[in-house]
Design a protein around this ligand. Structure first.
Ligand code: HEC
Length: 157
């Protein structure tokens, strides 16, 4: 609905502009469709790898809302129901200071590469039988990819 509204507003603006001057200016505006809930503020650090990565990270930030009930993702942030996920990529499973992990997680022997994160998020209980992470499975592979990109990006700040 929003998109339709914006598109018609654009047509209106262009039409009005055309009344005042001749020849009518070419419309140069672009309609940018953003995911609801995606943070578009400027304080997100620009990612040198370019726009494709930016939008993946933005999508991941919004998808990370699923995780926020249980996880903080900031340097020195608190453990909640789940451990702080800051810097998790490359870390050994079960190593957040002061968090009480399940035996299953603590003894899993996993190092959280992106691939390991991907398979854990697809099905936590299958990857780590006995894990106490009872929610947060993400069946959509592209959502997992976005979340992992966001975790990596946020951990670099
Ligand atoms: C209902 C609460 C809950 C939700 C929602 C949740 N988690 Fe968890 N998560 C946990 C708990 C509890 C643990 C610790 C599991 C254990 O010890 O077996 C955990 C562990 C993890 C770990 C392993 C951390 C480590 O230090 O080894 C990762 C990675 C993780 N979660 C990622 C996520 C992501 C990404 C999401 C969102 C897609 C998410 N979780 C959603 C509760 C949650």
């Amino acid at each position: 609905m929003k998109v339709v509204f914006r598109a018609s507003a654009l047509v209106l603006v262009t039409t009005l502009a055309a009344c005042g001057s001749d020849p009518a200016p070419e419309p140069t505006e672009q309609i940018v469709v953003r995911e609801p809930g995606a943070d578009v503020s400027d304080d997100a650090a620009p990612e040198p790898a370019g726009e494709a990565t930016d939008s993946l990270v933005a999508a991941g930030k919004s998808a990370f809302n699923t995780c926020i009930a249980c996880h903080v993702l900031e340097k020195g942030g608190a453990n909640r129901i789940g451990p702080n996920l800051y810097g998790i990529i490359g870390q050994a499973a079960g190593s957040a200071d002061g968090f009480k992990y399940s035996d299953a997680m603590a003894s899993s022997g996993i190092t959280w590469t992106k691939e390991e994160l991907d398979s854990y998020l697809a099905n936590p209980a299958a990857k780590v039988p006995g894990t106490t992470m009872m929610a947060g499975a993400i069946s959509d592979g592209s959502r997992r990819e976005a979340i992992i990109a966001y975790i990596e990006d946020a951990s670099a700040n």
